[in-house]
Structures are given as structure tokens and as C-alpha cells.
Design a protein around this ligand. Structure first.
Ligand code: NAG
Ligand code: NAG
Ligand code: NAG
Ligand code: NAG
Ligand code: NAG
Length: 479
């Protein structure tokens, strides 16, 4: 039974979804078309020009404090040329195992009850008419958190959305790097690196886990829900080994292009599959491509998810290694290592710590991390402190997850989560006037109940339909 889950392998789908949309780094650079595997040779200075099919990439100079003696040579880490074996998991974590480093953590659930057929199709935006999505929409609505009524963006980033890009009130990170107080963009302490890896769990995640374990390091994984269906045991091993598990959506879309309900479905299913596989629900997430604005922020807040970005010092100095694009042939390994050299050099000039964008989705990204970036970071002078994000923020481990969070000392924004009940017998009550329900949230001692109407401005047009059908117990507690 457990083995069945691992059979659904669809990394290529996700990869093509990534590349079809935006460059990984949220800039105004035109979208590079995925190209076949290549290496070496373009005249230097053309790194920003997407290589034409069959062309080659420039080799960029870099220098690192150290490399792993067993690292695969840079020249070999290019698309399609590597055949490194995946390392099998050393341990299949059994049901009932408890991660002792997280105070109050529940035992691991029985994986045989986690059936892919109970979840949406992989790597596609989940349908919004599922009763659970309606339930989550009702919870967001009942949170009392103001969801700005701003238009969705269209694919194509800033050039395709000139009005939205110019609208400062959206605080759209993609166009200008606007951040909100609630966004985690750095670690507080100088020379502290809040390590993160996105898009797994994936076939080579165990190789990264083996390196991290040997180096006594741990990271924060931003996991794609579809990949959790494919590799649940890898997620369990990462979690039990002391890595922070966080949310990275179900199908890796640009969140500002989605309606409120679509955003809720992406986050809700990812939270749920992680909870079903680990027994805990993450309280942190990362928007794919860093694509977040005040509407996406408000919805994620209502779903008790704190956004974690990566450090950005200016439009041209963003702490993105560019590692994602190596597998598709649109970035060279030497460019990634040169980017890393710039990141680490810029990091020592700022008074805070930092967060960097890296991925565990592909063999190439894992080889670059374990062969070069992490060994260089460990040998860096001045020395770096390297921790998962929850640690670098000086937060205790129990605050990484809903079930272990002490709600008295660390109140969550929406204590209604899991408590709003909608009437399932009427199509979930999500049609206007089509059902009713009972807001049963009793709060948790940290909430102030307010009147029974949705304050104007709270309801986005897309959510309006449900307003009439849910009897709201409205909590206006705002963290
Ligand atoms: C910071 O990074 C940029 C490239 O992103 C690079 O041009 C610059 O030299 C770096 N600054 C330092 C102090 O290393
Ligand atoms: C905190 O609240 C959440 C959501 O209501 C709940 O699941 C969790 O058990 C609470 N934490 C503790 C330690 O009781
Ligand atoms: C929920 O639906 C059932 C069956 O249609 C109905 O009997 C009940 O009254 C409904 N509850 C509310 C609160 O409307
Ligand atoms: C609830 O409201 C009262 C009075 O407005 C305020 O003093 C208190 O701080 C509020 N509690 C919370 C948890 O917001
Ligand atoms: C949201 O804004 C649009 C115009 O941009 C408007 O038509 C709609 O009525 C607004 N919805 C709410 C709930 O305010």
C-alpha cells in the first residue's frame, strides 16, 4: 500500500509548468523558452538572453571557499548528462514514530490511509467545487481578515500587468519587491543563513538529506502538495530528521493570477496532504516565484500561513541562485556558482542574516548544493550560522506547526480554522442562498467576537457568493 503512493511520479509536469510561465527570479526579464540540454560556449555577456535551441551557455568565472571532494565536476552537471543514482531512503518511517525535537508533536499517521484518489489531480490547479475547498473558503471568510478587492493579474508578470505593477497599494513583490511586515525576507542575526529548498519532495531529495545529515545541517523544505503524494516517505524522513516542513502550493502557480477560491484550494490541499502524511500542518509557506500581493497575503494569513520570501537588496541583487534553470538548459552551473559567490559576498555587507532561493527538485540542483554551495558555505570566512528558517527566527519548533503551536503565547490569525461548519447536504452551502451553516468557532480565549455581518471590504467578489450561506461567527482578532 505504502509503495503505491510512490508510483505517481510527475516531476516533468511541474518542471514544464515552472518554465512555461516566468523566469524563476521575479524580474521583468522576458520568459525564457525551455531549451534542450546544452553546455558551454555562448559569448559572455549574453547570460540574460535565452539561448536558442542548440546554442550553448557562457562559462562564468567563480571562486568558492571549498568544494566537496566527491563533487561531480561542474562540466558534468548539465542537463541530461548525469546518471547519479538516487539514494534510497535509509529509513521508512513507521506509523507511530514521534519527532522528539518538536514539543507535543503527534505520532506519524498510518500512510496506508493516504490514498492519491482522495486528492486532486497532480500538478493541476485543484477544482474549487470540492466540499473541502468550500469549507476552507468559509473559514477564510469567517476569519474576519480583510481580503483586499483587487483584480487578479494575468500571466506574463509586470509587462503584462502595467496597471497592477504601478499600483503601490497592492504591494506586489513581483514588480518592485514590495514586502509587508508579515513577510519573512531575512533572518534577524547577521551572517545567519535561513536555509531553504523548494519544490520537493523529489527523487534526489534523499541525496540532499544524506548530505545534510552528515554535515549536521537542516533546512526548511517548501513542499509542493503534488510531490508529497508522489514521495510521502521522503517527506516523512525529512521531517523526522529535523528539517522544517512548509507549504509551497499544490501545482506551483503564480498566486496573484488566481481567484480567491483558487488560492485557497492550492494552499488548502497542500496543508492537508502534509497533515495527512506527517500529522502536523505547517504554519509557513512560500509563494511560487515569490508572486505575492496584499490579496494573496491576506488569504494566506486567514489560512494561518506566514509567507517566507528570499532576501532582495535591490532589483539586481536578489538572493536567487538561479539553480532551477540549470536542468532546463537556461542557466549554467558556473553562473549559479557565480550567483552564489555574489550572494555570500553581499550577505556579509548587511546587518541581518539572509534567505536564499534553492531547489531540491532536480539532480542538478542537489549536486550543486551538496557538491559546491553547502561546502563553500560551511568553509566561509567569516563563519556562517546555517539553520532552518524557524530556528533563525529564534522561534521554538512547536511554532512551525498548527497542532503543536501554543496558541496562548503565539496566537494564530484565524482560530476558526477547522471549526467553521458548512451544511454539506446542500452542495456544501457554497451557492448563494443555497445552504446554511453554523459558525461554531468558540475562539481560543484570544479572539474578540464581533457582530454577525461581514464588514464591507472583507468580501472579495469571488467570496461574496458564500457570504449569504454561512452563518458567521466572526472573529476580528488580527495578529
Ligand atoms: C552583490 O551582487 C551583485 C550581483 O547580484 C554583484 O554585482 C555585486 O558585486 C555584489 N556585491 C558585493 C559586495 O559582493
Ligand atoms: C492551537 O490551535 C490549533 C487550531 O485550533 C489546534 O489544532 C492546536 O491543537 C492548538 N494547540 C495546542 C497546543 O493545543
Ligand atoms: C442542513 O441540511 C439539513 C438537510 O438538508 C437540514 O435538515 C438542516 O436544517 C440544515 N441545517 C441548517 C443549519 O440549515
Ligand atoms: C478584545 O477587546 C478588548 C476591548 O476592545 C481589548 O482590550 C482586548 O485586547 C481584545 N482582545 C484581543 C485578544 O484582541
Ligand atoms: C470589487 O471591485 C470591483 C471593481 O474593481 C467591483 O465591481 C466589485 O463590486 C467589488 N466587490 C466588492 C465586494 O466590493
Amino acid at each position: 500500500m505504502k509503495v503505491l503512493l510512490a508510483a505517481a511520479l510527475s516531476v516533468p509536469l511541474l518542471a514544464s509548468a515552472h518554465k512555461a510561465i516566468l523566469p524563476r527570479q521575479a524580474t521583468t526579464t522576458p520568459v525564457p523558452t525551455p531549451s534542450p540540454p546544452i553546455s558551454q560556449g555562448l559569448p559572455s555577456g549574453s547570460a540574460l538572453t535565452p539561448p536558442a535551441t542548440g546554442s550553448t551557455l557562457p562559462s562564468v568565472s567563480f571562486s568558492l571557499a571549498a568544494t566537496n571532494p566527491t563533487a561531480i565536476p561542474v562540466s558534468l552537471i548539465s542537463s541530461g548528462t548525469l546518471t547519479t543514482a538516487t539514494i534510497p531512503l535509509t529509513t521508512i518511517q513507521p506509523a507511530g514514530a514521534v519527532p522528539t525535537y518538536i514539543p507535543g508533536a503527534p505520532p506519524l499517521p498510518d500512510l496506508s490511509t493516504v490514498l492519491p484518489s482522495d486528492y486532486p489531480p497532480l500538478d493541476k490547479p485543484p477544482p474549487i467545487d470540492h466540499p473541502l475547498v468550500k469549507q476552507w473558503v468559509a473559514e477564510v471568510l469567517a476569519s474576519g481578515i480583510d481580503i483586499p478587492n483587487i483584480t487578479v493579474t494575468v500571466l506574463g508578470g509586470c509587462p503584462a500587468n502595467p496597471e497592477a505593477a504601478a499600483d503601490q497599494s497592492r504591494c506586489w513583490w513581483t514588480c518592485g519587491g514590495c514586502v509587508d511586515d508579515s513577510d519573512i525576507t531575512t533572518c534577524p542575526d547577521k551572517l545567519t543563513w535561513g536555509l531553504t529548498h523548494d519544490d520537493g519532495p523529489a527523487p534526489y531529495t534523499p541525496n540532499l538529506l544524506q548530505y545534510l545529515s552528515a554535515a549536521k545541517l537542516s533546512t526548511t523544505f517548501f513542499n509542493v502538495g503534488s510531490r508529497v503524494i508522489s514521495y510521502p516517505n521522503t517527506l516523512r524522513d525529512a521531517y523526522m530528521a529535523g528539517n522544517q516542513i512548509a507549504v509551497h502550493t499544490w501545482s506551483h502557480p503564480q498566486m496573484t493570477t488566481l481567484t480567491n477560491e483558487e488560492i485557497i484550494a492550492e494552499l488548502g490541499w497542500t496543508r492537508k496532504v502534509i497533515k495527512d502524511v506527517l500529522g502536523v500542518t505547517p504554519l509557513y509557506w512560500r509563494p511560487p516565484y515569490g508572486d505575492i500581493d496584499n490579496r494573496v497575503r491576506a488569504i494566506s494569513k486567514a489560512m494561518n500561513l506566514i509567507p517566507v520570501m528570499w532576501t532582495r537588496l535591490s532589483p539586481t541583487v536578489t538572493f536567487d541562485t538561479g539553480d532551477f534553470n540549470v536542468a532546463g538548459g537556461t542557466n549554467s552551473v558556473s553562473q549559479v556558482l557565480s550567483n552564489w559567490q555574489n550572494i555570500i559576498s553581499n550577505a556579509s555587507t548587511i546587518n541581518t542574516g539572509f534567505i536564499v532561493l534553492e531547489h531540491d527538485l532536480f539532480l542538478q540542483t542537489v549536486e550543486i548544493a551538496t557538491g559546491y554551495i553547502l561546502p563553500a558555505a560551511l568553509a566561509n570566512n567569516p563563519p556562517l550560522k546555517i539553520t532552518p528558517v524557524i530556528d533563525c527566527l529564534h522561534k521554538p519548533w512547536n511554532q512551525a506547526y498548527l497542532e503543536t503551536n501554543d496558541n496562548k503565547t503565539n496566537p494564530i490569525p484565524n482560530p476558526n480554522e477547522g471549526k467553521v461548519v458548512i451544511n454539506g447536504t446542500n452542495g456544501g452551502g457554497a451557492q448563494a442562498g443555497g445552504g446554511s451553516g453554523s459558525g461554531s468557532g468558540s475562539g481560543s480565549g484570544n479572539s474578540n467576537q464581533s457582530g454577525g455581518a461581514v464588514p464591507s471590504g472583507v468580501v472579495h467578489s469571488g467570496l461574496l457568493a458564500i457570504a449569504g450561506s454561512v452563518a458567521l461567527a466572526l472573529f476580528a482578532f488580527l495578529a
